[in-house]
Write a protein that binds this ligand. Structure first.
Ligand SMILES: CC(C)(COP(=O)(O)OP(=O)(O)OC[C@H]1O[C@@H](n2cnc3c(N)ncnc32)[C@H](O)[C@@H]1OP(=O)(O)O)[C@@H](O)C(=O)NCCC(=O)NCCSC(=O)C[C@H](O)C(=O)O
Ligand SMILES: [Mg+2]
Length: 284
């Protein structure tokens, strides 16, 4: 199930917090994860469902993609969350701690045709990433790097070396099955510099965007995941140069001292399309 829209910034909002739910209506994020899971206390699990239903009925989230993260189906709240979420008009439902395609089958049996997303955050999930990504209802993967770090008993490192195997497996799985994939959260929400470094790492690895926990993280993330003016300029020149050599019956152009072949032009066209989609979203 392919998805063709910007997903640079994907903000978690605790569904129990009306003020945050309201604030998000004015934030320049590409997607919102309305969270019924970890951001909501046990005492508020049930009332959060009602608060979220009201906020989504009221609307005002514009072009932002609306994803509801429910509790896992083996918890006291999961099945009721799934039934309720399926009626709230969200674009997708996100299941936490997906370890096998059977977890998604169980959710789809409740939610029907609503597209599904999977939190990738368990060791079994990493090992089964390809089988999970092949699920017919699945549209995207979200890295749950906090849970994964906990399960693996890793130490936090700026280069995220202990998580690289899992990040790589999920990226390969997402790309192989044409799914969207967004990176995990950066917990230190007042550290813009550290966030920028992690965004650049995730972007360079091939993630479509990053999940966020606080509005202060949006601008840095949108910038990191948007094509720069220089990249757009290079892409345009690559396309022009290739069109010119192709017209003269050749298959290889040279731009800035580097060869440009058909495959590079495909990448260049994708980058221009991404820049245009971002510009269109900003206007809406
Ligand atoms: C981290 C926070 C608890 C900080 O909250 P707070 O102290 O209220 O922050 P501020 O006072 O700076 O807030 C300023 C205004 O911004 C609004 N706000 C805050 N956070 C959000 C948000 N996420 N979305 C929308 N709006 C937000 C406040 O309401 C203030 O508004 P106003 O008063 O009108 O100016 C808090 O940010 C927070 O709870 N963040 C979300 C935490 C969360 O979602 N955690 C779960 C997801 S992470 C995860 O589970 C990852 C994964 O599963 C894994 O395993 O890795
Ligand atoms: Mg988690």
């Amino acid at each position: 199930m392919a998805l063709d829209r910007p997903l640079r910034s994907v903000l978690y909002i605790p569904a129990s917090k009306p003020r945050a739910l309201d604030k998000a209506r004015g934030l320049p994020v590409d997607a919102i994860i309305f969270d019924l899971e970890d951001a909501v206390t046990t005492e508020e699990k049930v009332s959060a469902r009602g608060i979220l239903a009201e906020a989504l009925t009221q609307g005002g989230y514009g072009a932002r993609m609306k994803i509801i993260r429910i509790n896992a189906l083996d918890t006291d709240w999961g099945a009721d969350d799934a039934r309720a979420a399926a009626t709230m008009g969200a674009d997708a439902i996100l299941l936490p701690k997906v370890s096998s395609p059977a977890d998604l089958d169980a959710l789809a049996a409740i939610t029907g045709d609503v597209p599904l997303w999977a939190m990738m955050e368990t060791p079994a999930g990493m090992l089964n990433a390809a089988a999970i990504a092949a699920h017919p209802k699945l549209q995207g993967l979200v890295m749950g790097t906090n849970d994964l770090a906990k399960e693996l008993n890793t130490r936090a490192r700026a280069d995220r070396l202990p998580l690289q195997a899992g990040l790589g497996l999920c990226l390969l799985a997402a790309k192989a099955f044409g799914l969207a994939i967004v990176d995990g959260v950066y917990n230190a929400f007042k550290d813009d510099e550290g966030l920028a470094v992690e965004c650049e790492q995730g972007r360079d690895m091939g993630f479509d965007g990053k999940t966020l926990i606080h509005p202060a993280q949006v601008a840095v993330t949108n910038t990191a995941y948007s094509p720069s003016e220089a990249e757009i300029d290079t892409a345009r020149r690559q396309i022009e140069a290739f069109d010119a050599v192709e017209a003269s019956g050749q298959g290889v152009a040279v731009v800035d001292g580097k060869i440009v072949e058909n495959l590079h032009v495909e990448t260049a066209r994708k980058l221009i399309a991404q820049a245009e989609a971002i510009a269109t979203t900003a206007e809406e």
